[in-house]
Ligand binder design. Structure first.
Ligand code: ZN
Length: 175
């Protein structure tokens, strides 16, 4: 049996694990760790509870946020909250536009298994007309040097939906 192949990048280790089931990770000090592929599966029944309308709206290619019912507050959350983080009152659902602007962004060079194929990838905080808070989402079809604060972006939606937060992402807005 040949010795597992050694790598100094964990991403290469993960790719090798998918290929052969074993690999050696060599850290910066030269210490070698044997790593094996050890699939682990658990069926987790997850309820979105009061967040459900957000995910159901994504499936209809719509973005919704929540608006504080406080008559003097009316804070609008682009990341929905059942209760207002400003004044504590319950919120109600409100439509958000499918277009927004980049408030800030970052490039992720590490990611969980779900994002391995698209790493490095860009994450943006998107601001919307009429909303007081931001939505964190992936940014696609844009190279990092082309990104800027205030850049118009528009939402894209997974088809068919998987009812996950990754059902929505943003791309540069068409003029
Ligand atoms: Zn409020």
């Amino acid at each position: 049996m040949p010795r597992p192949r050694a790598f100094d990048q964990f991403r290469e280790v993960q790719e090798e694990l998918a290929r052969s089931g074993s690999a050696i990770f060599r850290d910066k000090a030269g210490v070698e760790s044997l790593v094996i592929d050890d699939p682990y599966s658990i069926r987790y029944i997850h309820s979105y509870a009061e967040d459900s309308p957000f995910f159901l709206a994504l499936a209809e290619h719509r973005l919704v946020g929540s608006r504080c019912t406080g008559p003097r507050c009316r804070f609008v959350f682009a990341t929905p909250r059942s209760h207002c983080m400003v004044c504590g009152r319950p919120t109600e659902w409100t439509d958000l536009p499918n277009r927004g602007r980049i408030h800030s962004w970052t490039t992720c060079h590490f990611g969980s298994e779900a994002f391995l194929k698209e790493t490095p990838y860009n994450l943006a905080l998107v601001e919307f007309e009429g909303a007081n808070s931001l939505l964190l989402a992936r940014l696609k079809d844009a190279a990092e040097p082309d990104l800027y604060v205030g850049m118009p972006v528009e939402a894209r939606f997974a088809e068919p939906p998987r009812y996950r937060i990754t059902d929505v992402w943003f791309v540069p807005a068409q003029p």
